[in-house]
Write a protein that binds this ligand. Structure first.
Ligand code: SF4
Length: 342
């Protein structure tokens, strides 16, 4: 096993740069990242190479998307003093280790990754029958093992990717000696928030509330949200278990309010307009400090870039050590020149 630099377990998490984030991204992953900063030696990566696997066609807005996303990370509470925040392409070791691991990864292992065929179908309108897209899980493996990450917090759908990483690590260590650390998947409960139309909240459905949404916009959008379709009149008893407004109450309102709403809805003691107004207030209370920090970071984009540079420098220290050990084990380290050569 590799040498550990600290006594804390190390984790690596990444997110593709998709621009400004919405409350679904926040509650689905980002909030969890903020919580684990003090528990683990944490590395948070802007996975910009990964975004090319499905979005290589037009990369002009990539810099802005990276900036907007990192501003939202910082606004949500990621702290560069307590974690390493960096951009994948600023640490070239990711690309080099990806190349080396791709040499030992059988094609069959990649073709059987469940998300491969699913994504090909899901994104049928884009041409992603590429070498890069098939190899995406190898890049992910390189990301994880570069930092000798012990733990990888993932949702259920990502477990096969961590399994593949473990297989690649075992194969590498079997061929060249015990150099790489086998990471362990830590299942995190990925909260999936409903969007305004009741479907999963997603930018592609246009049903989101962004982290930077103004107070008025939150109120206005929540007012348009779908509710229990069977509750047509005010006096009809409702079914909170099928109502997306109630699902959001469970995330943003305190437990006592949630219980009261549940009971009042079933007895038709509260109307949907009032229920939504309570939800908008609860969301606004949680978003207020984020909005404030967001404005602060938006006014200093140079500082955000600086954080990414500092993060890349710290990440590279560790990544460089791993890559050196890998190249050493594979007999790829050049011999030093003696005085007479060339
Ligand atoms: S009262 Fe609230 S929980 Fe009940 S149906 Fe209306 S919006 Fe949904």
């Amino acid at each position: 096993m590799g040498v550990r630099a600290t006594v804390k377990d190390r984790v690596l998490s990444g997110m593709q740069p998709s621009g400004a984030l919405h409350i679904g991204n926040w509650m689905g992953a980002l909030d969890n990242w903020v919580q684990i900063q003090d528990v683990f030696d944490s590395y948070f990566m802007v996975a910009d190479y990964h975004s090319l696997t499905t979005g290589y066609h037009d990369t002009r807005d990539l810099p802005q998307k990276v900036l907007d996303m990192v501003i939202d990370w910082l606004a949500a509470g990621l702290d560069p003093e307590r974690s390493i925040i960096f951009r994948q392409s600023m640490v070239p070791e990711h690309a080099e280790l990806h190349l080396l691991l791709s040499m030992i990864t059988p094609l069959g292992w990649l073709e059987r990754v469940p998300s491969y065929k699913e994504k090909l179908k899901e994104l049928a309108q884009r041409d992603i029958h590429t070498y890069g897209f098939l190899g995406y899980p190898v890049l992910q493996s390189a990301d994880i093992v570069l930092y000798q990450a012990d733990k990888v917090p993932v949702g259920q759908d990502q477990v096969p990717h961590v399994e593949l990483t473990r297989e690649i690590v075992r194969r590498f260590n079997g061929l060249y000696g015990e150099v790489l650390v086998e990471p362990e998947a830590v299942l995190t409960e990925a909260r999936v928030l409903p969007g305004l139309d009741g479907k999963k909240m997603s930018k592609s459905y246009g049903n989101t509330l962004s982290l930077g949404e103004s107070q008025d916009s939150v109120k206005q959008k929540i007012r348009t949200m779908v509710t229990d379709p069977a509750r047509i009149r005010r006096q009809d008893p409702g079914h909170p278990e099928v109502c997306p407004v109630f699902s959001l109450h469970k995330v943003f309102s305190d437990p006592k309010t949630v219980q009261e709403i549940e009971e009042s809805c079933r007895q038709a003691a509260i109307g949907c307009v009032d229920c939504k107004s309570l939800l908008a207030s609860a969301i606004n209370v949680k978003l207020d400090p984020i909005r404030e920090r967001r404005l602060m970071w938006q006014s200093q984009p140079e500082r955000v870039e600086e954080i990414l540079h500092e993060g890349a420098r710290s990440a590279a220290e560790l990544a460089h050590g791993t890559l050196n050990a890998v190249k050493d084990a594979m007999h790829l380290k050049p011999q030093p020149l003696n005085g007479n050569s060339w």
